[in-house]
Design a protein around this ligand. Structure first.
Ligand code: MG
Length: 279
């Protein structure tokens, strides 16, 4: 039998899509709780505990700690840290830009999402302006990618929308080494979700496709390095970066942002897309 016949379809059944609602909601609750708590003076270890409580109180489990060797609920990527940074006891400071990434698992199904917050520093207006713009451009690039998923015929149109928005509105860099992914029984599964145009069209966008769309945008270059802890990925040139991420389901009636409390309604409304709950 060929390997192809053994490969599991990337498309979920309607019943499987419904099973992804609970882990998505638990992941969204962790983000909401961290958004309410994040401020100068709090540590990313404290935010980690807040996210864990939000997930467990909904009968879910943090799924990042199911990764071999990882012991935390979140990754907390401060300033030049890009992804996979371990929470620490360093209090956040005015002028920091921090991306907080969390995920939850319920009944064997996963959610994965991230947001960035820019903490203003009144003493450094140029720094404040830069981090707020980096945050805004990254979030809006994510919503452009999600909106394109709603109308795309093939998945790799998402990367055109993400990078097209960034290039039209900034001179920021779109990282190419870190990409979105399918999500389901595994947190990371096929298909890859590129943030830039690629030569292939990618899989067909049709009901059952569930993907994490997660642009990472840099204020400088796009090259990254892995730190000595073997987890933390940093910008090679030390520039600032931001990340936004949502897990999004395509179903028979439209799209639904599984990890947003409103299904993505607020973020998608300006783009003319109305998310529809999974039937
Ligand atoms: Mg992800």
């Amino acid at each position: 039998m060929s390997r192809g016949l053994l490969r599991r379809s990337i498309y979920k059944s309607p019943a499987q899509l419904r099973l992804m609602v609970a882990p998505g909601a638990a992941t969204g609750a962790a983000l909401t709780a961290m958004k309410a708590a994040v401020r100068p003076g709090i540590t990313t270890l404290e935010l980690d505990a807040i996210a864990e409580e939000a997930i467990r109180s909904r009968g879910a489990e943090p799924n990042f700690m199911l990764e071999p060797g990882y012991r935390h609920t979140i990754c907390a990527n401060v300033n030049e840290h890009v992804v996979h940074a371990i929470p620490t006891d360093r209090p956040l400071e005015p002028g920091d830009i921090v991306a907080l990434d969390a995920g939850a698992i319920v009944g064997g199904w996963n959610g994965d999402a991230a947001f960035t917050v820019a903490l203003p520093d009144p003493a450094r207006p140029e720094r404040t302006e830069l981090i707020q713009k980096l945050d805004h451009i990254t979030e809006q690039a994510m919503w452009r990618g999600i909106a394109r998923l709603a109308t795309a015929s093939h998945l790799n149109e998402v990367g055109e929308a993400v990078s097209g928005y960034v290039r039209a509105n900034s001179d920021f860099g779109v990282l190419e080494d870190y990409i979105g992914h399918g999500i389901g029984r595994k947190m990371h599964e096929d298909p890859p979700v590129f943030n830039v145009p690629v030569s292939r069209r990618g899989p067909e966008v049709k009901p059952g496709l569930v993907v994490a769309i997660e642009p990472i945008i840099s204020a400088g270059g796009i090259d990254t390095i892995v730190q000595d802890d073997d987890w933390t990925v940093s910008m090679a040139d030390g520039s600032l970066s931001a990340q936004w991420e949502h897990s999004v389901a395509v179903h028979a009636d439209g799209i639904w942002v599984l990890t947003a409390p409103d299904g993505g309604a607020a973020g998608l409304a300006p783009l003319g897309i109305t998310p529809i709950p999974i039937p």
